[in-house]
Design a protein around this ligand. Structure first.
Ligand code: SF4
Length: 369
């Protein structure tokens, strides 16, 4: 396929027709979602953050529980991080919860608890990028701010017949989203666009015969809806850098945890740790992750081993340090279960392959005894 960027061929009549047909379809087929029954900017904000990288069906129970536990931005701002992470537990991508918590404190401290209405202000809050800002401001305040999440990128790429990977056509897709947005009904328009991508214009076998946009859709007319969007060519595998703790107690035992049953390596045991944030040292990362995920205090010691491992979609390097347990009762805030075990007992537990190399590197007894 020849590289074709998203076109700007839409004239005012096309745009009007696209708006009308989409809104008409949405009035009949739009999904009934709890965050659409409220105008509370805080509740809508929570839903927008939870929906980043997570499906609606997964988010629903978390959203309800979150609002029961933290019904207002004030309640969230004064909660401690451990209880926030506890309520988020199992939803994944924990930086979202940490950012939401921090952002709630900023909104309370700087804006008297009112969610800002200006795009540039709201985008200064941790965890809010351009599309989340658009989703939040249009849904909460009916402001004409465009969106471009993964579903919307797919819809607009197909509509325009672009054969560039969406990442390469980002700027033009934003323009298209802005051009199409109905200034009179931005809330409904953006929600409708999301629903179109989530229910009809799905990645495989889109339901084009039911689609309100099929008349104008270039991919549909060319019979290319299965081929578009094309994926980016030969992407470099992302490389994750993880700080990992081999935590020893004063009885010579080492702490392991069991990963949640779902998701990557679900149900396997591992040594606790997490992603090194930009600008963070391995030692700082380990101390932070262990506080956040296990709620215990440790002293980070010498490097034990460094392990690099390739999975199908990414590579990971584990920077493993010996750590001395200091205090606190370990809590499984981000895992299913925690155990203290002797090094000789580790063979009884299933570990991912990268962790087996950590076990091989472990001394038979604690370096702290
Ligand atoms: S006609 Fe098909 S490919 Fe085009 S926007 Fe509708 S569902 Fe997507």
């Amino acid at each position: 396929m020849e590289d074709v960027p998203p076109s700007d061929r839409l004239d005012a009549k096309d745009i009007e027709q696209l708006r009308r047909s989409l809104l008409g379809w949405y009035a009949q087929h739009g999904r009934d979602l709890p965050w659409r029954r409220t105008r509370d900017p805080y509740a809508i904000w929570v839903s927008e953050i939870m929906l980043q990288q997570t499906q609606v069906t997964t988010v629903l129970p978390y959203y309800q529980r979150w609002l029961e536990r933290f019904p207002t931005v004030f309640a969230l701002a004064r909660a401690d991080l451990q209880s926030v992470l506890k309520v988020w537990e199992g939803l994944g991508y924990y930086a979202r919860a940490r950012n939401l918590h921090r952002a709630a404190q900023m909104v309370v401290d700087d804006c008297d608890g009112r969610v800002p209405r200006e795009v540039n202000v709201v985008m200064q809050l941790p965890g809010i990028g351009r599309t989340t800002a658009g989703g939040l401001l249009s849904a909460a305040f009916n402001l004409p701010v465009p969106i471009l999440d993964g579903n919307v990128k797919r819809v607009l790429t197909r509509l325009s017949g672009s054969t560039l990977p969406p990442t390469a056509a980002q700027r033009l897709l934003w323009q298209l989203s802005e051009q199409l947005l109905d200034r009179n009904q931005p809330r409904d328009f953006n929600q409708a666009l999301m629903d179109l991508g989530a229910t009809l214009c799905v990645p495989r076998q889109p339901s084009c015969p039911l689609c309100p946009w099929r008349e104008c859709c270039v991919a549909y007319h060319l019979g290319l809806q299965e081929q578009i969007p094309v994926s980016a060519r030969s992407p470099d595998l992302p490389h994750k850098h993880i700080g990992v703790a081999a935590i020893w107690n004063d009885r010579g035992q080492i702490l392991i945890d069991r990963r949640p049953a779902r998701g990557l390596l679900g149900g396997l045991w591992e040594f606790p740790g997490g992603k090194i944030e930009p600008g963070e040292t391995v030692e700082d990362c380990i101390a932070r992750e262990i506080t956040e995920e296990l709620a215990i205090a440790i002293e980070v010691g010498d490097r034990l081993v460094e392990v690099t491992h390739a999975y199908s979609h990414f590579r990971v390097t584990l920077y493993v340090h010996h750590c001395r347990y200091l205090e606190g009762e370990p809590q499984p805030l981000a895992c299913e279960e925690i155990r203290w075990v002797k090094p000789s007992e580790l063979v009884e537990f299933p570990f991912p392959r990268a962790n087996l190399r950590i076990i091989e590197a472990l001394p038979p007894t604690s370096p702290y005894l």
